[in-house]
Each structure stands twice: as C-alpha cells, then as structure tokens.
Design a protein around this ligand. Sequence first.
Ligand code: OAD
Length: 230
Amino acid sequence: MEFGANERVFVLTGAGISAESGLATFRGSGGLWNGYRVEQVATPEAWETDPALVWNFYSMRRKDAMAAEPNAAHRALARLEERLGERMFLCTQNVDDLHERGGSQRVHHMHGTLFQSRCVRCERPFDDRTVYDAELPVCAECGAAVRPHIVWFGEMPLDMEGIYRELERATHLLVIGTSGAVYPAAGFVEIAKRRGAKTIYVGPEEPLNRSKFDELVLGTAVEVMPGLIP
Ligand code: OAD
C-alpha cells in the first residue's frame, strides 16, 4: 500500500491480529473461558458479584499475553507508522501489548490494557503486571479495591472524542481481524465511508459489517499484512 503526502490512515485491529501469536479470539473460543461466557466475567455486574473470578480471568490473560510474541502483522503496522508518522492512527480493541512489542510507538487501546490497573475510587491507571491468585489488590493510597484497567461491556471505550476526530479526517480505513460484532468499533467503517475514505478489511472470513467495505482481502493477518506493507 502506498500513501500520498496528504493521506491519513486509520487502522483498527481486533483479536484476529493476535491469533497467530497464540492468543485466542473471542468468537473463536466460542466466547467462552473455563466454561464462563465472556459476558459473565467482562462486565461491571461480574465485578460487583465476584471480583475474584474477574481477577482470575484477567490474571490468566496477563500470563497468556506475557508468553506471546508479536507476529509479522504487528510488525508490518509498525513499519507503516515509521513511514507515515502521525498520519497513521492505530486503534486497537485488543488489550494485549503485542502492537507495542512489535514496534508501534503510538497505540490507542480503546478497550483498555491488560498491563494497567486502577483504583475504583482514585481512578488513576497505573502499570501492573501482577498475576493475582488468592489475595485481591487494594489501593495503597486509599484502601479501595483495584480493578483491571479494561473497558467492560456496558462501559464507554476510552477517548472516543480523539477516535472520531481521526476517523473524520482519515482518507483510508484499514481494518484487521475483527468480527464487526461489537460497537462502537463495528460502526467506524460506516463513518469513514460516509466521509469518502477508502475502506479495506483483512481477515480469513467476511466480517458482519462487510457490505461497508470497498475491499476485502481474505487471508490471515500474517499471510496478508507483510505483502500489503512490505
Ligand atoms: P472476535 O473474536 O469477535 O473476532 C475475531 C475476528 O478475527 C474474526 O472476524 C475472525 O475471522 C478474525 N480472525 C481469526 N483469525 C485471524 C487471523 N489469523 N488473522 C486475521 N483475522 C483473524 O474479536 P473482536 O472483533 O476483536 O471487547 O472482538 C471485539 C470485542 O469483543 C473485543 O475487544 C472484546 C470482545 O468482547 C471487550 O472486551 C470490551
């Protein structure tokens, strides 16, 4: 893919880009974890009723993400950023850190990140790679509970204002490995298309919002991305 000096690329990634790094996608695992539906562990209601279960889930995911390595698709996006600088906006729904470890400097984690936690009272996120087993964390300042810095179902994704600003001025939207099932991210393609952007999807199967894409490149992220961004 080549871009002119006035073109801007908005990249949206989902669980599919990390699949070949060994991290299961949501729909691929049937939306299940240890027999629980993801909605049973990734919601404010789950946190209210069983914080230990929620921490158990995110502790496992921390472990899995720490053991995973970025793949050729993550690295291809890092190359694109080297070329385009601030004319590329990388927005991911993923909470792993494989984009950063693949070389991307600026990553917008709209659903939060696995390696931060925050006090439910002070609200300020802090770096945290701890795998919590029996004892649940409390805030060193105020003693309130500490939760994962993750956007759960029913919560507002992070910095939607910045995201919409970038979507409005993008000339290209490149979407990789997301099923198009979860809003607001699934609606980005419609916004970009309305503004006249060229819209491209990369993944092994058609997403649910496929009709909004100008181009579908069917294949896995690792098969397709290095060819698209050599
Ligand atoms: P999904 O699990 O819904 O979709 C994964 C997508 O990746 C599917 O469309 C697959 O076809 C595609 N895929 C699978 N293997 C791939 C590969 N090797 N290369 C490229 N694509 C591949 O995951 P998301 O769409 O990311 O939200 O899910 C969106 C949100 O729903 C998540 O961020 C999470 C979840 O519930 C929250 O936790 C708030």
